[in-house]
Ligand binder design. Structure first.
Ligand SMILES: [Zn+2]
Ligand SMILES: [Zn+2]
Length: 143
């Protein structure tokens, strides 16, 4: 699906791309707008939206449309899994290897030819865990 004719890279788009790639937080368009505005004070939210669409169409970024949450953007385009904190809503990458067998194993597909899958993990992030369980006590790290 990749098209070879890359659009002209505007300075604004380059900044948006840089800020997105520098972030591990999978920001929403509004969050990214706040970041970008520190470098480009006159940019508008609409411009950020438009450029995110273009970058997405060009395959340079990923859109995360996770269950029940606002669209987030990801500068990492290689396939990877995400984990979402159900308390604060933050989204992080998981180092888990992809489970390719899920899509290649012969199974009942109801006539579909499966070419991908999407898995979303959820739980509590380290900082929310800290709040629930208290700082002192039972949590021990394994080294
Ligand atoms: Zn959290
Ligand atoms: Zn990611």
């Amino acid at each position: 699906m990749a098209t070879n004719k890359l659009r002209r890279q505007t300075p604004q788009r380059a900044v948006i791309m840089e800020e997105l790639c520098a972030s591990k937080a999978h920001p929403t368009a509004a969050e990214l707008f706040a970041q970008v505005r520190r470098r480009l004070p006159r940019i508008s939210l609409g411009t950020v939206y438009r450029n995110l669409e273009v970058l997405h169409e060009d395959g340079q970024i990923r859109k995360l449309e996770l269950a029940g949450s606002e669209t987030r953007f990801d500068g990492t385009t290689t396939p990877h899994y995400h984990v979402r904190c159900r308390a604060c809503g933050c989204v992080r990458d998981l180092p888990t290897p992809l489970h390719d067998k899920l899509v290649t194993m012969p199974m009942e597909t109801g006539g579909f030819r499966i070419d991908g899958h999407r898995l979303e993990f959820h739980g509590l992030c380290p900082s929310c865990l800290g709040e629930t369980e208290g700082v002192s006590g039972t949590a021990h790290s394994q080294h």
